[in-house]
Design a protein around this ligand. Structure first.
Ligand SMILES: [Zn+2]
Ligand SMILES: [Zn+2]
Ligand SMILES: [Zn+2]
Length: 339
């Protein structure tokens, strides 16, 4: 089956589901745009013929070959890339807000959880959550494939590399779905489920695995299309397994303590107070601290699977926090009494 049909089937299959409000890649429409471009004859094939005819005329043929491997296509670029960028960013936004909501239900405790469950009309939460997570993984997978396929098609039609280059643009805009920290959170969510629920989801859960005791702690997610994703769980600052992890907007993971020191803020002030000039120590991007994601599911996973290590780090973090607070107030008092 052609991917276009598979994708349509996926979208239609969801009509009863709850992804209706979520954005999707307008694969069919974008495909139409490319088809129109092809039929209007600006594609490389027709140009090549022209080129051969004009072989004698060097000036003209070099002009044409420039058009062939063109940097831009006047017919579809305006619609194609701006539309795809808009869709991709909607999808990324939709994915993160859905996962955020789902995981909030999971980690919410006590009375808050009870209230949330009331609002959810007493839906059986474990089952529903697992099902929703499965659906979100499929959502990411299908749309990621759709974006890849349509960009490949663009390059084929235009004999260009613009489609491929667009991928790095998506990464720079932080809308590349497979790099979303929410995917790691979702993976950790499943790994936390493991053994609690079993039954019909155990097979699905087995697509997620983690190796936390090796020299390189990693989480591995195998997507439904058998793409294998590996996420390193080592903090690039302390070189240990991340503890109380935060993902910066660029996607890089650090311990809260390490991220705070890199951003020159104190633990109790929090990453939100970081300056907009503060840069990620790995990729040097600025302004990545204010919207950092607190990876609660990943923290829970580490707490469960590496409890000794987790407790050790917890104590160390607590001690450092206290020390920072004490020093802060000491300096304040000294200032106030005019030392
Ligand atoms: Zn075109
Ligand atoms: Zn660290
Ligand atoms: Zn970074």
């Amino acid at each position: 089956m052609k991917f276009g049909d598979t994708f349509m089937q996926y979208l239609q299959g969801d009509q009863t589901g709850n992804l209706v409000k979520c954005a999707h890649v307008e694969y069919k429409r974008l495909n139409e745009v490319l088809k129109n471009c092809r039929s209007q004859g600006s594609a490389s094939a027709s140009c090549k013929n022209e080129q051969q005819k004009d072989e004698g005329n060097n000036e003209l043929s070099s002009g044409l070959s420039q058009f062939c491997h063109c940097e831009s296509c006047p017919l579809c670029d305006q619609i194609f890339f701006s539309e795809l960028m808009r869709e991709a960013s909607h999808i990324a936004g939709c994915f993160s807000s859905r996962v955020r909501h789902l995981l909030h239900l999971h980690v919410a405790r006590g009375i808050q959880r009870y209230k949330l469950r009331l609002r959810q009309c007493f839906k059986n939460d474990q089952q529903t959550m697992a099902e929703e997570g499965r659906m979100l993984i499929e959502y990411v997978t299908m749309n990621t494939i759709a974006i890849r396929k349509i960009l490949k098609k663009y390059d084929k039609v235009h004999c260009s590399v613009n489609g491929n280059n667009f991928k790095s643009k998506m990464q720079a805009e932080h809308i590349e779905l497979l790099q979303s920290p929410w995917l790691i959170e979702l993976g950790a969510f499943y790994l936390n489920f493991d053994g609690i629920d079993g039954g019909e989801f155990s097979e699905f859960c087995s697509q997620f695995s983690c190796d936390l005791n090796g020299t390189e702690p990693v989480m591995t997610l195998t997507l439904p299309n058998s793409t294998k994703l590996e996420y390193s769980l080592t903090c690039a600052i302390c070189l240990e397994t991340v503890f109380n992890p935060y993902a910066l907007s660029c996607g890089h993971l650090f311990c809260k303590l390490c991220a705070c020191s890199a951003a020159f803020v104190l633990m109790f002030e929090g990453l939100k107070t970081a300056s907009s000039n503060a840069k990620c120590p790995i990729c040097r991007e600025a302004g990545v601290y204010t919207n950092a994601v607190h990876m609660l599911e990943l923290d829970l996973l580490l707490k469960r699977r590496c409890n000794e290590y987790w407790k050790e780090r917890m104590a160390a973090e607590h001690a450092e926090d206290e020390k920072q607070t004490r020093e802060y107030w000491d300096s304040r008092t000294k200032y106030a009494i005019g030392y």
